[in-house]
Ligand binder design. Sequence first.
Ligand SMILES: *[C@@H]1O[C@H](CO)[C@@H](O)[C@H](O)[C@H]1NC(C)=O
Ligand SMILES: *[C@@H]1O[C@H](CO)[C@@H](O)[C@H](O)[C@H]1NC(C)=O
Ligand SMILES: *[C@@H]1O[C@H](CO)[C@@H](O)[C@H](O)[C@H]1NC(C)=O
Length: 457
Amino acid sequence: MQLRLAVVSALLLTIQGVDAVSSQRVASAGSKSGTGNPWFSLLTKSWALAGESEPDQTKGLDDLAKNIVELAKSGAPDETMVNAVESIRAIVHDMKAAVNDSHALAQQQINQKAKAVASCQVPPHTDSDYLDRAIIHGENSIENVMTCRAEEVPPYDAWKACEAEKARCSNTTECCAALVQPNKYCLNPGTAPSPLPFEATCEGTSRCKDEDVTTKLAFFKEKLAELDAAEKACEDSRKGCKESYDCESLKTIWETQRTWCNRNHTNFEQGYCDLATSLEAKWDSYYHCYDTNFNALYEEEYTQMAQLPGREQEWRALLRIDSLLGALTSSDATKALQACIDKKYTHEDWAHLELMYPTYDASFTPRAHCTEELQEPGTSIFSQTWYSSKSRDYGAHAFLLIPKSLSTYGCVSGISSHYCPRVSDATALLTVSKKVSPGHRSKAKHVQHPATRPTRL
Ligand SMILES: *[C@@H]1O[C@H](CO)[C@@H](O)[C@H](O)[C@H]1NC(C)=O
Ligand SMILES: *[C@@H]1O[C@H](CO)[C@@H](O)[C@H](O)[C@H]1NC(C)=O
Ligand SMILES: *[C@@H]1O[C@H](CO)[C@@H](O)[C@H](O)[C@H]1NC(C)=O
């Protein structure tokens, strides 16, 4: 009796985890065989024993083997034992099926989570057709900007011409020659040369010598020519000059036009701001989707990896019990039992319990990266691409094309996320008011496989 009890508890130690199935089966088998079957009740009494640690299980199994050998030696199996063995066999079969089910479920859990990762939509690269239609051409097109900038040229030139004339006509240098003083156009006339020294030669004499007269005449002729030349220079320098200049009103006309063009300019650039904003948002949600699902998959794999050895041990135990049960009813029980004991089970015996881990698979889709370069209004490369290089085609002044600041400046670097690269530009063109560091998003960190992850069994 003691021996048999030992056999039963050892047997039970080796079987764990499939309580529900086994107790159900035990209940029905028990009632079928009746309570009068001592073998059955011995083998099944506390079937749903709580799990033991793995070394205990293995020891239990070895004890079981030893004890069954002893039991078999003690005499030929009677009918109640044969019946009990059959019932237990059926239970073992159910337990194997349950292990299979739990394996299938585990793989299913992993696959489901892998599917969720795969379902994250990678944002598509912006269609060049869209750029053409919605930004470069449409209502706020580059054509409009450039046409407007070209229209800005005449009022700008008129204002500048006015300023130049005003400057020219206020330059008194030519009209300040000493000979022509005083002259109303010379603001600082200084002193005109005195004619008195030239009179001195004839002074006090009743009559000038011919020679003196000739000399004097020549001298005054020369002076006269000098005077004429100085007067002409003064006159010439003032040719076309008006009494006053109202350049400010011309400036206002230009500035009004410029305001229009700036608006136009802003509208065009806004297209690039909007495009960048929407792309960054799409990538943000893609990253969120991928990272969230990847983490879930990764954790699932980790969980399943940890559970796999237990499932494999359970299968191994069931194989041994199956073998031992067969030995009990075999014609040469001792030999059959020895064969069971000597049998070494390997991975080959439960190869079907192997799990596929998608993140380890070469074909697993890694997280995609944005390769679309975003154009950044307000940078020199942007204005080079869109404005300076095209100015001649439209007859616009290149230097007029780039206003000092527009609300669009910095609209791309100002976006909080930086998934997509920016069209490379080391030198910022204009003082972009918002200084935004192109830091990386800290929220969604892509989880790396830690090196410490347990190796697969
Ligand atoms: C367990 O699964 C394997 C592989 O699919 C199969 O060969 C075996 O018959 C299954 N066993 C039971 C008891 O369901
Ligand atoms: C843009 O420029 C075009 C052409 O000069 C003009 O007709 C249009 O009104 C401008 N748009 C805006 C919003 O200023
Ligand atoms: C005024 O005109 C003279 C002679 O044309 C020139 O040398 C000088 O630079 C001008 N002065 C200014 C302030 O433009």
